[in-house]
Design a protein around this ligand. Structure first.
Ligand code: SF4
Ligand code: SF4
Length: 95
């Protein structure tokens, strides 16, 4: 689940321009997320210059990751860890 820290958001619009699903818009100089459209791809998190965006993992994500045999510990990208497991030099989570 993508979370916006409104204190950090400066309304630059990079997230809006990057999102492939039109799930995030800048309204009154603050990013606003439409969770119904968000696929949690993480692209907005990567481009935000102020680190106002993060992905928080829910217990559902953890169960799903475990069902794939991914271990916790983080892939080193994004806040909230990740479920990446190094395989052939690439993080399994794709980040
Ligand atoms: S990229 Fe970051 S700072 Fe810029 S509008 Fe989006 S959330 Fe705000
Ligand atoms: S995580 Fe991906 S789909 Fe969701 S708002 Fe960010 S760029 Fe758009």
């Amino acid at each position: 689940m993508v979370v916006v820290d409104l204190e950090k958001c400066v309304g630059c619009g990079k997230c809006e321009r990057t999102c492939p699903n039109g799930a995030i818009k800048v309204v009154d100089k603050k990013a606003v997320l439409n969770r119904d459209l968000c696929s949690e791809c993480g692209k907005c998190v990567q481009v935000c210059p102020t680190k106002a965006l993060s992905i928080e993992y829910t217990s559902t994500h953890v169960r799903l990751a475990e069902s794939y045999g991914w271990r916790g510990g983080g892939c080193g990208r994004g806040r909230g860890g990740g479920f990446g497991k190094k395989r052939r030099g690439r993080n399994r989570c794709g980040w």
